[in-house]
Design a protein around this ligand. Sequence first.
Ligand code: SF4
Ligand code: SF4
Length: 95
Amino acid sequence: MSQEGTERKGKGTVFVRAEVCKGCSYCIDFCPTHALDFGRDYNQKGYHFPVLAREEDCTGCDMCGLMCPDFAIFGVRWKDLDARAAANVSTTVQP
Ligand code: SF4
Ligand code: SF4
């Protein structure tokens, strides 16, 4: 699974399971901020898969994930990722 937007240019980012993608473009078509495009690479099935082409425009709303019929992409807000990470850390240090 690849993660885009690690420099945090926007409010969120996406995770893409490239090998599951069938290149239908629903995620790209329904992204409300037009943050996604197909990349140049192909997966092993021969499909282009989406990339976060405009990181600064991603809000992490997960509309892309809701529209994907193959669970090949999902979006997340950075603040939610941070909250989960903090929860994991606190759980880890609890006796
Ligand atoms: S999380 Fe939302 S804004 Fe980001 S790429 Fe997906 S649909 Fe677009
Ligand atoms: S909606 Fe899912 S299967 Fe379709 S192009 Fe996007 S990631 Fe690939």
